[in-house]
Design a protein around this ligand. Sequence first.
Ligand code: GLA
Length: 382
Amino acid sequence: MGNNTFLTSPPMGWNSWNTFYDQVTEDLIISTADAMVDSGLYKAGYEYIIIDDCWSARERDSEGHLQPDPVKFPHGMKAVSDYVHSKGLKLGIYSCCGVHTCAGYPGSFEHEFEDARQFAEWGIDYLKYDNCFHPATISSEGLYRRMNMALRSCGRDIVFAVCQWGRDDVHSWIRSTGAHTFRSTVDIQDAWKSIESIALSQLEKQSYIGAGCYNDMDILIVGMHGKGLNPETSIGGCTDTEYQTHFALWAMMSSPLIIGCDIRNMSDETKDMLMNPELIAINQDPECRGCYKLPTYGSPDAFVLLKQLTGNEWAVGFFNFGDSTAHVELHFWDMGLPLGNGAGLHFHDCLTHEDLGVKTESYSEKVAAHGCRVYRVSLENA
Ligand code: GLA
C-alpha cells in the first residue's frame, strides 16, 4: 500500500463503454489486455483496462456482496485481474454513488466500505464512480468523500475516478473529495460537434488543472469511425483529421487518455495517433499545467493554445474549428519574448516529427478545416 501519491500524471488506458456498451465479458477483457501489449499501446504508456457499467449480476449475493454476472465473467473477477496483472497491466472497474448504476445494476450507496474491500480483494486498481440514482437529499460531493475514505483505507492503491458530468461546478470542490480524476462533461459522442463542445467547455476550466487530480474530458473516440454497440456514442464517426485534433486537445488539456475504440482492430492511422510519443509526453508532463488561449491573428475560427512544460519548453497548438482552411499566426511577444530581443524559438512539429529550426518574432501556418498543428518549442538564446 503506497501513500496515495501514486498517480503522478493523467491515467492512460482503455474503457469498454464507448464500443462495447453492456456486452462486457471476460473474453473481451482478456483479448483487449493481449491487444494492449501486442499493439505497443502498453509500451506507449497505456496501462489501465477499465470495465465500465453492466459487469455485475442484477442483485448482490446473499451476504450483500457485489458479484460479477456469472455468464459474462464465468471465472470471477479475481481471475480476470490476475490475467491483466500477468501482462503488467492494471484493472479498473465501475460503480456508482447511488443505489443503482446508470444502467440499473446495484450501486455502492450505503455499501461503500464493503465494496471498496471487495474491489481490493479482487485486485482492482482503478474505480470509475458514477453519479446516478443517489438520494436527492445527499449530495454526490459527500458520497464521493465517503467512497474516497473507503478506498484509501481498503489496503490497496485504487485510483478514484469520479464521474460527475461537470455538474454542480465540480471543478471547484472536487479536490476536497480526494478524487484522482473527475469527469467534467456530458458523455462524449463519436461526432465532431461533441469534440468541439467538450473542448470549448473545458478551456475555461484549465486554471483548475494540477497534478494529482485530473480533469477527465471523457473516453476518447479516436478510431471508432461510427462503429460500436453503444447507440448513444456511435452516432456517425469522424475523419482521421478530426480524431487527430481530438487527441491533440485531450493531450494538451491534461485529460486522462482513455481509449474507447476496439484496440483489437485498429487501423495504422489510429495506432499512430494513439501512440504519438510527443503528444503523450505533453499530456504526461510532470508540471501538469493547464493550457491557455493566446491572442490569435488570422482566421476567426482558429485559435492558439499554449501549455508551459517542465523546464525551457512549451507546447503550442494551432487549432482550426472552422469548416475551411485557416491561416493561424502566433506572435512570440504573446508567449513572453520581447520584440527585438534577438533570441529565437526552436520549433519541433509533434505530428510530422520534423524539426522546423529556429524562428524569430512570429510563426504562421495553414491549418486544415477541423485540423491542428502541435509544436514543442524551446528558447534558443541569441
Ligand atoms: C454514465 C457515464 C458513462 C457510462 C455510463 C454507464 O452515463 O457518464 O461514461 O459510465 O454511465 O451506464
